[in-house]
Unconditional design. Structure first.
Length: 452
C-alpha cells in the first residue's frame, strides 16, 4: 500500500536525544517491514530546530493540499505518534476528522498504541491545560486500570486488598448472592420491590446504611463485576478477580430484566418544574422535586376522561397516611408558581437590588464542554460512525475557547435581561427567568419565606 510520512521536531514530539534523521529512518524502516510504498515524507526545514504551531500548521496544510490533487492516490499517513500532527487534543481531532473525510488513514508507528485516537488521548492534552501534571496522573490511572486495580468506588460485595486488588467481602457477598437467588428463582421469583422490602424487613442495609430500593438492586444485578469482569477507563479484563455469581445465573438475571423492563416510546422530555432548584422544604432543607400524576376515569355519560396533576413535593415526604409527613410539604404546581411570581414581582426596590443571578460561569461551562469532548472521543475509539457527533462537539469547544471575551460579554448582558424579564406579563417567561435567581424560597404548608 502507498504511504507518506509526516513528522515534527516541536518540543512535545521530540526527546532530548532525538534527531530528525531518526524519524525519517523510522518511517522508511516501517514501510520496508510492512511492504508499503513510501511516496513522500513531509519533514520540517533543516534550519528549524524547534517547530512552532504556525510552522506545523503550514506544513499540515501542505499535506492536505498534496492529497487534494485528484491525481494523487490515497495513502496511509505514517506519524511517529500523535504529537507530530498537533500540539493539543482539539487540533489533533480537527485534523484527524479532516483527513478521515478525505479517506486517509493515520497510523502512529513509534508507539505501543498504533491507533491514532487512543494515542492522542494518551499523549496529548486539552489546550490550556497543564500537560505534565495531568499526563502523569492520567498515566498512573491507566497503569492501575491495566492491572485491574481498584479505582474509585468499590462495588458492594468486594473490598480492597493491601495490594489494591478486588477481593470478596464475605458478609456483603452473601447478600449479593441472595439478591441473584431471589430474582432468578423459577419457583418463587421476587421482583425488585419485593426483594428490597425483604432485605429492609430483615434489617439488612446498604454499605452507606441506607434502605434498599430498586435502583441499588439494579446496580448489583446489571454489574458484570460479579462474574469476575473488570471495566474501568476503557480497560476491560475478563477473570480479573474472584467472581461471586455464576455466569449462568448472571445471564439468566439479564434475561429476566429484559423481559420485565417495560417498552416505552422514546419522547423528548421537557422539564416543566423549573423552580425545583430554588424551592426548599422548611423542615429538612431539601429542594422540592416535581411530581406528575396521571388519572383517568369514566364519567356518567360513559366517556373516558384523563387529567394530569402536577405538584412540587419534598423528597422526604412518604405515603399520605404516614405521620412522619408532618411539615414535609407538597404544593400544587400551578398555585405555588403563581405565588412565587407574585412575591418576586412585588419585591421592594431595595430587595430587588440585592438579587443575584445563578448562572454557570465560563470556566465551569468550559470544563463541561471538555468532559463531553473526551467522552465523545472515547466513544469514537469504539465506533468511527460517531465522527459526526464529535465534530459538532469539537466545533463548539473550539468556538468557546476562541471567543472567551465575547461569550463573557454576552453572559453579562444575559444577566441584565433576566432581571428585566422576571417582571414580564407573560407567566412562562417570568417563571423561566425567576429560575435563574440565586434565591432560596423556604416552603411552608401555607406560605413562602424568600431569602435573598
Amino acid at each position: 500500500m502507498r504511504a507518506v510520512g509526516f513528522f515534527s521536531n516541536n518540543k512535545l514530539s521530540r526527546n532530548s536525544d532525538t534527531k530528525i534523521i531518526n524519524f525519517k529512518q523510522l518511517i522508511e524502516k516501517y514501510c520496508r517491514e510492512h511492504n508499503h510504498k513510501l511516496s513522500k515524507i513531509f519533514s520540517p526545514k533543516p534550519d528549524i530546530s524547534n517547530e512552532d504551531d504556525n510552522q506545523l500548521d503550514f506544513r499540515y496544510k501542505t499535506l492536505v493540499n498534496y492529497f487534494s490533487d485528484p491525481g494523487k492516490q490515497k495513502s496511509l499517513i505514517l506519524i511517529p505518534n500523535s504529537s507530530h500532527l498537533a500540539n493539543n487534543l482539539e487540533i489533533f481531532m480537527y485534523r484527524f476528522i479532516e483527513l478521515y473525510e478525505m479517506n486517509l488513514r493515520i497510523l502512529c508507528i513509534d508507539s505501543d498504541t498504533i491507533d491514532p485516537l487512543q494515542n492522542a488521548e494518551k499523549k496529548l492534552n486539552l489546550k490550556g491545560r497543564e500537560f505534565n501534571n495531568l499526563n502523569i496522573k492520567r498515566d498512573k490511572i491507566f497503569l492501575k486500570a491495566s492491572k485491574g486495580k481498584v479505582l474509585g468506588k468499590i462495588p458492594y460485595g468486594y473490598k480492597k486488598s493491601d495490594l489494591g486488588d478486588l477481593i470478596i467481602d464475605p458478609k456483603e457477598a452473601e447478600i449479593v448472592l441472595r439478591v441473584f437467588d431471589l430474582y432468578t428463582n423459577s419457583d418463587n421469583a421476587f421482583g425488585l420491590r419485593k426483594i428490597s422490602r425483604y432485605l429492609n424487613d430483615e434489617g439488612i442495609r446498604t454499605r452507606n446504611n441506607n434502605l434498599w430500593n430498586t435502583v441499588s438492586l439494579l446496580s448489583i444485578l446489571r454489574n458484570t463485576i460479579y462474574i469476575g469482569n473488570y471495566y474501568r477507563y476503557g480497560v476491560q479484563i475478563s477473570n480479573n478477580h474472584q467472581s461471586i455469581v455464576e455466569r449462568v445465573k448472571f445471564n439468566l438475571a439479564q434475561e429476566i430484566l429484559k423481559q420485565r423492563t417495560p417498552k416505552r416510546n422514546k419522547t423528548s422530555i421537557t422539564n416543566v418544574f423549573k423552580l425545583s432548584k430554588i424551592l426548599i422544604c422548611n423542615k429538612c432543607n431539601k429542594n422540592l422535586n416535581g411530581l406528575t400524576r396521571k388519572q383517568s376515569w369514566i364519567n356518567n355519560s360513559g366517556e373516558r376522561k384523563r387529567k394530569i396533576y402536577r405538584y412540587y413535593i419534598c423528597p422526604s415526604r412518604k405515603v399520605r397516611t404516614n405521620p412522619y409527613n408532618q411539615g414535609h410539604v407538597i404544593w400544587r404546581f400551578d398555585l405555588i408558581e403563581k405565588l412565587v411570581v407574585e412575591r418576586i414581582q412585588n419585591l421592594s426596590k431595595f430587595q430587588e437590588k440585592k438579587l443575584r443571578i445563578n448562572l454557570i460561569s465560563y470556566d465551569e461551562k468550559l470544563r463541561l464542554l471538555e468532559m463531553n469532548f473526551i467522552k465523545e472521543l472515547r466513544n469514537l475509539n469504539h465506533n468511527l460512525e460517531g465522527i459526526i457527533s464529535i465534530k459538532s462537539v469539537l466545533n463548539e469547544l473550539i468556538y468557546f475557547k476562541n471567543n472567551k471575551n465575547q461569550i463573557e460579554k454576552e453572559h453579562s448582558i444575559f444577566k441584565e435581561e433576566i432581571l428585566y424579564k422576571i417582571h414580564s406579563n407573560n407567566f412562562s417567561i417570568a417563571i423561566e427567568n425567576i429560575s435563574y435567581l440565586d434565591v432560596k424560597i423556604y416552603v411552608h404548608d401555607e406560605f413562602l419565606d424568600i431569602k435573598i
